[in-house]
Design a protein around this ligand. Sequence first.
Ligand code: SF4
Ligand code: SF4
Ligand code: SF4
Length: 425
Amino acid sequence: MPEVRNWQLGRTMAYPYAEHHPDWQFAFVFNINRCIACQTCSMACKSTWTFSRGQEAMWWNNVETKPYGGYPAHWDVKTLALLDQAHQKAGTQPTWKPGPADREAPYGSFEGMTIFEAAAAESPKMRQALGYLPADEEWRTPNLFEDVAPAGNPAPDRLGLEQAGAQLPEHTAWFFYLQRLCNHCTYPACLAACPRKAIYKRSEDGIVLIDQSRCRGYRKCVEACPYKKSMYRPTSRISEKCVACYPRIEGDDPLSDGVPMETRCMSACPGKIRLQGLVPIGSDGAWLDDPKNPITFLVRHEQVALPLYPQFGTEPNGFYIPPRWAPRDYLRQMFGPGVDAALERYRAPSRELLAVLQLFRATRKIIFRFEIEEGPKLFETEIDGKPWAMYDDTVIGFDEKGREAVRLKVDEPIHERPAPRPNSI
Ligand code: SF4
Ligand code: SF4
Ligand code: SF4
């Protein structure tokens, strides 16, 4: 198998195809701390793309309650268990080795097998990626365990899950919402596994699509995708997946004003947890250093947003600001070793980070560049024993053509209701 560079693992890894990279990469950052699980994003996608016969159980965008929820049921626990078994069989234990601060290996180096390497170790000629095919019933309950917190056992388990339940005055129980869609991975497992070569990654924006005329419904992509974001449609007997709303990314949507526009699930989010963008990519696959691109700034410079299960090895292009209140061991398993530093930066954001966090869901246009105009100091305090100050800076986002798309201040304006009907909505 060829060796490819995976910056999230801090090393090269085996992948069935040689490196070939797009000019731009579709990517997104979700701030888990802000999600209210309203499912507006899920409905925006469903009402646009998956409302027809045979797509009833298909949710290209879903929001599940962790730790128990999952669509399909227990997708991540099952894939983690398969990887665990592969490591046990090989007599090894996966670990993250800390490395020197290096922009191309920001989380250190992953010393373990990815889903591609585990498949090669188990059955080199049989399959390209370790995975499983979910049963039909596992797709039927996308929101099972909504708002359910771990409870029942007297002591935390080995992952640190608090088992005591929620009791005032202190809430020891926890849960959080995980928003999921296809990660349009740099090294897609769905693409690697397709025997028909029906899946491809677009060179202009890195979006991963299934050619519906080539697909024969073997479901190898459904089995291989560790995030379970390729889905089988029984009426057409072929597979489908998130198309990243590509007419919007291409600027062809009537609302887009001729420039790339955020997708349906991103632009509908009332919690303002989502920021979607396009990241410039070099011919070697590395992200070009563009600190004024908001996604690059959040992921590579501030390192406040982290990939979901980077150890799977597909180099996903969806990134998450982890929740502040969940057990760290659980979060490290899910987002890798960058969790502690990311949460430290989120708790006491830099002046620039606080301004960029205002850009989430502020405009439907994709922001290619931001600028900050400095404003007066609003107040100062201490966070974790260190001085911290908030400034009323202004952040300005620019579209693909360099036109101003949005302008916001850190200090949000307060709108007072008129006196005659103060309680009306
Ligand atoms: S629309 Fe936004 S706030 Fe609502 S569930 Fe989706 S991601 Fe969360
Ligand atoms: S998330 Fe799954 S379906 Fe999407 S590109 Fe990655 S491997 Fe393919
Ligand atoms: S990007 Fe578009 S197709 Fe993909 S999940 Fe969001 S709304 Fe659905």
